[in-house]
Design a protein around this ligand. Sequence first.
Ligand SMILES: Nc1ncnc2c1ncn2[C@@H]1O[C@H](COP(=O)(O)OP(=O)(O)OP(=O)(O)O)[C@@H](O)[C@H]1O
Ligand SMILES: [Mg+2]
Length: 351
Amino acid sequence: MADLLVKDLKLRLGDNEILKSVSLSVTPGQVVALLGPSGSGKTTLLRAIAGLEVPHGGSISIGESVFFDAARGIELPAEQRGLGLVFQSYALWPHRTVFDNVAYGLKLRKTPAAEIKTRVEKTLAQIGLGHLAARYPHQLSGGQQQRVAIARALVYEPPVLLLDEPLSNLDAKLREEARAWLRTLIVTLGLSAIHVTHDQVEAMAIADRIILLDAGVVTQEGAPTALYNEPGTLFTAEFMGSNNRLDGKLVEISGGRASMEVFGERITGMARTKAAAGSNATGIIRIERVRCASSAGPNRLKMELKAPMYLGERWELVFAREHLTVRAYASSPLKPGEHYVEFPAEALWVF
Ligand SMILES: Nc1ncnc2c1ncn2[C@@H]1O[C@H](COP(=O)(O)OP(=O)(O)OP(=O)(O)O)[C@@H](O)[C@H]1O
Ligand SMILES: [Mg+2]
């Protein structure tokens, strides 16, 4: 099996340029998360790959099989691409049993009845729903319905599964269980998948690679650890993780470090900007990297602790000073009042 390749894809809806030259690849056996804020074009991209939207530029192919090529005028209909698509709103047929929901697509394709039976039973067994084949969707839990929707895509044995926020209808706890289950299923069956989500934790948990989309453009792609630990842009830094943001004036850049002035203090971090001294600068630091200190020191700001919040496994502390709010975690609560908040230089990115 070859890679799915999307090259320079451009797509317009009405007057809006939705995808602006998007390129990506999916290697067999890989789960790729397509991550981005609402309206960034994730669903549109997935639909274009499936053959439900027509781009006006670029190409989509798997090995020798060309799905779309604007330059050569090739456009393969959705049913001939053989990709499995799972929508956010499971879209199950309410008056068909689980078995018939999964079998429906094969029937449309005139697959012989005996083969349908074998394939549907195998797929239902794979997703652990073999015993529910005779039930109707309304007799299933949300999590079970979502599995049926996935079974319906798996039954075609597609080279790539296209999943559009398949877990977003589940409540938080079920979602965490389902993402582990889904990742295991995809890896065990040796499938590959594009998993659309706007939840960065879900993307990191489920994917080998993340493609981060911003307004129809890929801003960064790479392993989850790379996007989380080495963001190349302010957008990536802010989108991944839970962050604090420091605004100040750039003082100097030297040796890969950038210093900014905040409340008259010099705060130094990793330089992610080439701007001139005196420009506005933005510092980003993950909540879990902020430290609390009892005395003044380098890269520390005096701030006032508002009410500590108990989160079960840790405390969340909210510090304030004029317009600046900084959140930090601690293993025990501190007393409200004045404290020093430290921003370790290697954990602070200055854009
Ligand atoms: N038929 C249409 N005509 C014009 N613009 C459209 C049409 N459908 C979608 N759009 C616009 O295209 C952009 C991308 O939409 P898309 O559904 O791909 O976003 P998304 O990243 O999937 O967002 P979400 O996370 O909310 O699902 C949005 O700005 C949307 O308003
Ligand atoms: Mg969408």
